[in-house]
Ligand binder design. Structure first.
Ligand code: UD1
Ligand code: MG
Length: 451
């Protein structure tokens, strides 16, 4: 059965108190909307339609980076969830299959849950609603079950009677239904209710009245968590991190202080990886089995191979590709650089737009001067080269294999294989001058104190 996702993301998110549309606020280094799309990806959708409203331009631009096949439809006025889904009607033209409605501010729906909903559809339910037992039902819609255990209707808290308010089985908002049926039902929704909104939830009563079967699939309340405020966003981040840390430990990584390690939504950590305290992972990081990330490292968009040892206090930026057994030590920044097997960059360096050969040794304080103020240039360092401490490599420049540079050199010309390049002022020794100078300075000071 082909699947289309309709993701509601038009709301203003007033309680975020932000210029950024709510669904673009980051959770685990990806916008909330990306989490909703990732959750929906479990259903292998043929079409993805995002209903945007507030900040639609920003949402459209951000979506291009998340999923270029996703389509945006704009809901000019936010007249309710039913009205929002109705906006997807033209985009669903010619689609025969099931629609799953998700929410851009609800990041934690699990694949298993969507699969259970689709199974319920195959089991004969025409409309399937995702429900949960709420600890505090509050303003959630209540799921009203019939005698046969099927779903009879959904009542919004504002419209509910005291008996209905006593129900603790609540509506997550996520639904699955045949696309054609859903669109016919949505077209029938009116706004005759306490909020004057077009409630998507009304489709259940409409479906029942037309003789369709409706069913509830339940999940854990934590899964349905929607984000409405910065405090809830912080809570969601904490929940994400707790799960990511537990998963890393289960998968065989050692985290010395798990509560101080922050993962991104897509961090990949192999077995027997050791991660020290206070390590931060941005998006796009893979750490292969048996690598060590020492305390206080900051990594994003990089790949760390087996046996590599990073940090403490190292920064790996996008495009840092570290081969097996590489060493990157304290206060070293690596960006857009290929570092071949066994190379060492142990202290106080910047390596950017570079290629470092196998077994090369990059001395303390080495800087690739990659930027001329306008353009970026590459530095190439051959296998087993030895770069002396405090070498400035003015790119574009190439240091050959088995070559050396003298400490403090400013290398502006290519260094041939096996050569030693020294590019610094010659040293001059002036006999006795240190003592004569000090004697004179002390005499001046003594005279001034007498005056
Ligand atoms: C909705 C459900 C409620 C459920 C709750 C779960 C309805 C009528 N009620 O209530 O039963 O318990 O979610 O959180 O559906 N949106 C749009 N366009 C609109 C209106 C909303 O895109 O015109 C989006 C919002 O951005 C938001 C989501 O839909 O992400 C939910 O809308 P909201 O108004 O917050 O519904 P709730 O009152 O939370
Ligand atoms: Mg809400």
């Amino acid at each position: 059965m082909p699947i289309a996702l309709v993701i509601l993301a038009a709301g203003k998110g007033t309680r975020m108190n932000s210029d950024l549309p709510k669904v673009l606020h980051p959770l685990a280094a990806a916008p909330l909307l990306a989490h909703a799309l990732a959750a929906g990806a479990a259903a292998d959708p043929e079409r993805t339609i995002v209903v945007a409203g507030h900040g639609a331009e920003q949402v459209t631009a951000a979506l291009a980076d998340i999923d270029e096949t996703a389509q945006v439809v704009v809901q000019e006025d936010q007249l309710g969830t039913g009205h929002a889904v109705a906006q997807a009607t033209p985009a669903l033209e010619g689609f025969g299959g099931d629609v799953i409605v998700l929410y851009g501010d609800t990041p934690f729906i699990r694949p298993q849950t969507l699969h259970a909903m689709l199974e319920a559809r195959q089991g004969g339910a025409d409309v399937v609603v995702l429900g949960f037992e709420a600890a505090v039902p509050g303003r959630y819609g209540r799921l009203i079950l019939g005698r046969d255990g099927g779903l009879d209707g959904i009542v919004e808290a504002k419209d509910a009677s005291p008996e209905q308010l006593a129900v603790t089985l609540c509506n997550s908002g996520v639904i699955a239904a045949d696309a054609g049926l859903l669109m016919r039902l949505v077209a029938k929704i009116d706004n005759d209710n306490a909020s004057g909104e077009y409630y998507l939830t009304d489709i259940v009563a409409l479906a029942r009245a037309a003789g369709h079967a409706c069913a509830v699939v339940t999940c854990d309340e934590a899964e349905t968590l929607g984000i409405n405020s910065r405090a809830e966003l912080a809570g969601a981040e904490a929940a994400f991190q707790a799960r990511a840390r537990a998963a890393a430990l289960d998968n065989g990584a050692t985290l010395i202080a798990p509560e101080s390690v922050y993962f991104a939504h897509d961090t990949v950590i192999g077995r027997d990886v050791v991660i020290g305290p206070n390590v931060w992972f941005g998006p796009g990081v893979t750490v292969e089995s048996g690598a060590t990330i020492n305390a206080f490292c900051h990594l994003e968009g990089c790949h760390v191979s087996r046996g590599a040892i990073i940090g403490p206090f190292a920064r790996l930026r996008p495009g840092a590709e570290l081969s097996e057994d590489v060493r990157v030590g304290n206060f070293v920044e690596v960006k857009n650089a290929l570092v071949a097997e066994g190379a060492k960059i142990n202290h106080l360096s910047y390596i950017g737009d570079a290629e470092i050969g196998e077994g090369a040794n990059i001395g303390a304080g080495t800087i690739t001067c990659n930027y001329d103020g306008v353009m970026k240039h590459r530095t190439e360092i051959g296998a087993r080269a030895f770069i002396g401490s405090n070498t400035a490599l003015v790119a574009p420049v190439r240091v050959g294999r088995d070559a050396m540079t003298g400490s403090g050199s400013v290398i502006t010309k290519d260094v041939p294989d096996e050569a030693l390049a020294v590019a610094r002022a010659d040293q001059i020794n002036k006999e006795g001058l240190a003592v004569r100078l000090m004697t004179r300075l002390r005499a001046i000071k003594a005279r001034k104190q007498k005056e």
